[in-house]
Ligand binder design. Structure first.
Ligand code: F6P
Length: 359
């Protein structure tokens, strides 16, 4: 692009898993576009649409309801194709670049998590002008204090724990709630803390089975004949491995986590002889209405993303730092995963109020 050429046509796509707040970002980009003298092209189904050429212009009146569709299988650099009944992986980055050029895009706003930012970084090196917007319920991107979608997922976990509290208490049961988050324990930690879990199990803190049984039995001695366990899908015991429900080579990260809730419930019932049930929250954490926090954050991210595009700050991602939306290099955003650390205040507070982490 010529140095002095104004940014006039921008593409927008949502990569990876969906999450509450996506539409607010798209609105935050599309509504001010006219004021910036820009046209916005919505690319359907994430990077899949970029490779396959699926896009259309978005106008103000288009931006309500579910908009673009998302996909976590459309990595242009890792494109699954069926050949002779087998899935083989090809590189379709050239096709993505051709469409970007054919649509005459001056910039592309990519909304997504870790996988999307890795792909965006590589597309940037091929010559695309990328602006990143961080999105994931998992909240595992280091460069931003929080990603939109996380608060909504935490709200779902909190509501579930509130409801399970009464039924666990009236039946004197242990209820294990399995939550998402991949390799990071943010949803389990924040959701478990907000919802009053008695035990929280995180990927960052391998747990001891004995400590879990002890906590349940100690609560009984205090007259609490029920317990709530909030377990992250990526949690594992000290002497065991992460539980996978499958692998899918078409994805950026082929490992599909899930199943630890059942394992934990079975062990608890066998070893404490207390009736135990399990609830897997699954995709309830990803769908539905965003919380006010996520709506506001997503709108701010959308607006500041188009503003970055107008100022040609390419290769950068909007990020929340304290209460301010700033921007960081996409490269910096993908250099490290944000995990729960020993000095995470929510962890310290949770321990302080007696929640067990199975340590
Ligand atoms: O990254 C978001 C997330 O919801 C993870 O928490 C979870 O492990 C994964 O996506 C589930 O992916 P899918 O929707 O493909 O099952």
């Amino acid at each position: 692009m010529a140095i002095n050429k104004k940014v006039k046509r921008i593409g927008i796509l949502t990569g990876g898993g969906d999450c509450p707040g996506l539409n607010a970002v798209i609105r935050g980009v599309t509504k001010p576009a006219q004021d910036y003298g820009m046209t916005v092209f919505g690319i359907f189904d994430g990077f899949e649409g970029l490779v396959e050429g699926k896009a259309r212009e978005l106008r103000n009146e288009d931006v309500s309801g579910i908009l673009l569709g998302s996909s976590n299988k459309g990595d242009p650099f890792h494109w699954p194709v069926e050949k002779n009944g087998k899935i083989v992986i090809e590189n379709r980055a050239e096709a993505a670049l051709r469409n970007y050029e054919a649509w005459n895009l001056d910039a592309l706003i990519a909304i997504g998590g870790d996988g999307t930012m890795h792909i965006s970084n590589k597309l940037g090196k091929l010559g695309m002008n990328i602006i990143g917007v961080p999105k994931t319920i998992d909240n595992d991107l280091e460069a931003t204090d929080i990603t939109f979608g996380h608060d909504s997922a935490v709200y779902v976990v909190m509501m579930a724990l509130d409801r399970l509290h009464t039924t666990a208490s009236s039946h004197h049961r242990v209820i294990v709630v399995e939550v998402m988050g991949r390799y990071a324990g943010w949803i389990a930690l924040n959701g478990g803390l907000a919802g009053g879990a008695d035990i929280i199990l995180l990927p960052e803190i391998p747990f001891s089975w004995e400590k879990i049984y002890d906590k349940i039995l100690k609560r009984e001695l205090m007259g609490k004949r029920f317990s709530l366990v909030c377990v992250a899908e990526g949690a594992s015991p000290k002497d065991g491995k992460m539980v996978l429900k499958g692998t899918d080579i078409r994805r950026h990260d082929p490992r599909q986590l899930g199943g630890i809730g059942e394992v934990v419930a079975k062990k608890i019932e066998e070893n404490t002889k207390r009736e135990t049930r399990v609830t897997v929250l699954g995709h309830l954490q990803r769908g539905g209405s965003p919380t006010p926090f996520d709506r506001i954050l997503a709108t701010k991210f959308g607006f500041f993303a188009i503003d970055l595009a107008a100022r040609k700050k390419f290769g950068r991602m909007v990020a929340l730092k304290g209460n301010e939306v700033k921007n960081v290099k996409i490269e910096e955003a993908i250099s490290r995963q944000k995990l729960v650390k020993p000095d995470t205040q929510a962890l310290i507070a949770a321990k302080g109020i007696g929640i067990s982490f199975g340590e």
